[in-house]
Design a protein around this ligand. Structure first.
Ligand SMILES: [Zn+2]
Length: 303
């Protein structure tokens, strides 16, 4: 090949790779920036805030008051409140909540607060959500194949056939993200996007896939007549699993279970046990039953 042909080829491959970045698509998560979901979460945030945003709108202040006295008595993740979120997610940015299934009183409260939110906060929140989606999409596209393959293997559970509905919102609980199941529905905050977003999304998706592992842990506890030192130890296993798979595949990355000391704070003493008993399973060196037996032996205490 002559040098002109080389140069042309090089130009073509640069073009292809540029287009590749611009058009990177992913099929694991179905991202949405939904007006009603964002209004609901922003009202929740205002209702729990020490110094909420001031407004001279009676409709807005009433909505914040309803959320303060009624809605925020429950976690966003609770059955009642997540039901509202799921209903709102079905309404695609229309003016009315008719037919949403949400009770008449809350419907009226939200519909009356909507114009104030739309004028004052939504443009900025929507822009942040869309920017988040544009930045997170190529990151997910880069890692989704390997993350899904390794997590499916770890949980011994097939990955869901359909993309996982994921709502992006300015506020998404104190934890920054949460997931409700059947079907899996993620809500995640539009905070800064870094590699940690990959772990975060696949951690949330893991909530829909951990059942087999958590059942195995429960059965093994029964047979050894033990309890775990801290409750919901399956969640520590999930943190470690999603974190370890992310750590293996992302560049120069530390799982947030370790980086943010989530594991140490939630399950003191569990990290060295996960490294010793669970990592060999993730590495394919021991089977699930052996790993589960060792976890219960090492992190369980007599009933
Ligand atoms: Zn979790």
């Amino acid at each position: 090949m002559n040098s002109v042909a080389h140069a042309l080829l090089r130009a073509a491959s640069i073009l292809v790779s540029t287009l590749g970045v611009l058009t990177a698509q992913q099929t694991t998560f179905e991202f949405h920036s939904n007006f009603w979901v964002n209004l609901h979460h922003f009202l929740y945030k205002q209702a729990v805030a020490k110094s909420p945003e001031q407004s001279d709108s009676e409709a807005w202040n009433h909505a914040v008051e309803v959320y303060r006295t009624d809605i925020t008595k429950h976690e966003l993740l609770s059955r009642d409140i997540s039901g509202i979120n799921i209903a709102l997610a079905q309404i695609e940015n229309t003016e009315s909540l008719k037919g949403s299934g949400i009770d008449a009183e809350l419907t009226q409260t939200l519909e009356r607060a909507a114009p104030i939110y739309k004028a004052r906060w939504w443009p900025q929140h929507n822009r942040a959500n869309l920017d988040w989606i544009a930045t997170a999409t190529p990151l997910v596209a880069k890692y989704e194949t390997v993350m899904k393959k390794e997590l499916s293997a770890a949980y011994q559970t097939p990955w869901p056939a359909d993309p996982i509905r994921t709502d992006v919102a300015e506020y998404a609980s104190w934890a920054g993200a949460y997931t409700v199941l059947d079907p899996t529905h993620i809500t995640i905050s539009s905070g800064p996007v870094s590699q940690a977003v990959v772990e975060s999304l696949f951690h949330e998706a893991s909530h829909g896939m951990i059942q087999k592992i958590s059942d195995a842990l429960t059965a093994e506890l029964d047979s050894q007549k033990k309890l775990f030192q801290r409750r919901a130890f399956w969640h520590a296993v999930l943190f470690y699993t999603a974190g370890e798979v992310a750590q293996r595949n992302l560049d120069d990355y530390t799982m947030f279970g370790i980086k943010n000391s989530v594991l140490d704070r939630g399950w003191p003493g569990a990290l060295p046990i996960l490294e010793k008993d669970w990592k060999p399973y993730l590495d394919g060196k021991i089977d699930l039953a052996t790993a589960v037996h060792r976890l219960v032996t090492d992190y369980g205490v007599a009933k």
